[in-house]
Design a protein around this ligand. Sequence first.
Ligand SMILES: Nc1ncnc2c1ncn2[C@@H]1O[C@H](COP(=O)(O)OP(=O)(O)OP(=O)(O)O)[C@@H](O)[C@H]1O
Ligand SMILES: [Mg+2]
Length: 222
Amino acid sequence: MNILHTENLSKQYHHKDGIVGALKNISLTAEKGSFVTITGPSGSGKTTLLLTLAGLIRPSSGSFSLMDKNLTLVNDSELALFRRQNVGFIMQSFALITYLTAIQNVKLPLALIKMNKAMQQSKAVEVLEIVGMGMRMNHLPRELSAGQQQRVAIARALVNSPSIIFADEPTGNLDPKLSIEILDFLKAINLKNNITVVMVTHSPVAAEYGNVRIHLDNGEIK
Ligand SMILES: Nc1ncnc2c1ncn2[C@@H]1O[C@H](COP(=O)(O)OP(=O)(O)OP(=O)(O)O)[C@@H](O)[C@H]1O
Ligand SMILES: [Mg+2]
């Protein structure tokens, strides 16, 4: 199955200083279970591509589908529901909610799909244990190290049992040793649970983890 498919996907940002062509005719396909890496210089469109594929921003033209569902054709609420059910997202800056504990952060995506409280609790504990954070569930983000915060962010991305995880520079803020740990972890869930991973990275070491490698330059695939 093609979990990811795009045809001539383009994105222009309309800014008061002019139009920015951030993505130009991106056509790509990835099979379920792929580990896709996206590299390219700063400003080449990596984050824009990731956000578009994850359904967080709309393309200007072209089409894209996840799990054989053409998401270009669905309305905003259908898109949000699809995302909550099937997609996990890890951001570079972790984006944990500062006043919520680790476990409260991890439960958030489940609250959004209105899962009952007992199920939320058991699913959240399960994924926190998988990422090795079972002992720190009741810590606030500021009471965790950077690597631990990133593991909580990964737990949050995993908690809805997504088919596909999008990660923007997931190791950008971590030292080399922790980066390898997080990358190995992503690779392990990719292989073990057959979860497709799409990861933006600047690091050549991280890009080596991909079996589908995309290099962007000025909004185009090179
Ligand atoms: N909201 C926006 N409005 C207008 N232009 C934008 C917006 N977001 C990004 N851009 C422009 O689109 C282009 C692609 O940006 P994008 O964030 O996708 O790059 P990137 O490859 O992720 O860069 P980096 O490696 O620095 O994170 C850049 O030229 C940027 O200035
Ligand atoms: Mg970026």
